[in-house]
Write a protein that binds this ligand. Sequence first.
Ligand SMILES: C[S@@+](CC[C@H](N)C(=O)[O-])C[C@H]1O[C@@H](n2cnc3c(N)ncnc32)[C@H](O)[C@@H]1O
Length: 270
Amino acid sequence: MRDEKYVLATGDTAIERLKVVEATHGPDTQAFLKRAGLREGMHVADIGCGVGIVSQWIASQVGSSGSVVGVDASAEQVQTATQLARQAGITNLRFHAASAYATGLPYGTFDMVFCRFLLMHLAHPEKALREMVALLKPAGVLAVEDGDFTAAFCWPPSHAYERCFELYRAAGAQQGADFTIGRKLFSLVCELGLHSVQVNLAQPIFAEGPQKLLPGWTIEEAAENLIAAGLASREEIEELCRQLRRLAGDKTVVFGMARMMQVWGTKQVV
Ligand SMILES: C[S@@+](CC[C@H](N)C(=O)[O-])C[C@H]1O[C@@H](n2cnc3c(N)ncnc32)[C@H](O)[C@@H]1O
């Protein structure tokens, strides 16, 4: 169901990292979704929703007259997402374990279909995009965003930071994922035949805060895969993590995070 070699942790271990991902990219995602037309009363699907942090925010925007379905291939993520939403008392949001390639959701029934940080993990992103368009009502909006991890930068320059992103990209490439997909997203969406396709770029930057821990955590989580693939030794990863922790605590150093391409367009009325 899930792309078998998804490189990051899932379930409880992923929650803290995904909350920091939200603190990093959430403000840009929220501005993007508003620009794409998210509003009260909409029925929205969030594909590859993880533990449902963005899904919860979308649920708060569509209100009780709208609804949100979060879909993830990991049953563990779906279970955690369901628990978190229940704890937060959210009633217009449910989660469903399924592949992005075949969600099992009813076609032609959603006002908006969204995904973030999903397509980069997929061997066949265009297949998942076609499934998302099929889920939309006529005149429904596809809103997708994903990262270009070649655009991440540290200033002053740091070998550890460069190497961290190099390793992450290499791990992805070896598993058929594409960590540069953020550059290609507009073209991929244009091929779907949507109406008025629009595009925006967003790149968060931080001098301090938990967001600066994200690159090191990501490498730590991917460590076993990197070692098994022969891309790095345990010693190298430990040293990289030490250096990244030091840079994260240095408020004179800025971390430019993954650059996100945000693309949205409307399904043609036939
Ligand atoms: C990096 S997380 C992103 C979570 C969330 N969208 C966010 O931006 O915070 C990627 C998610 O995609 C899910 N995933 C990976 N391959 C998938 C597939 N083929 N179908 C559906 N979900 C998939 C993973 O289980 C994971 O929860």
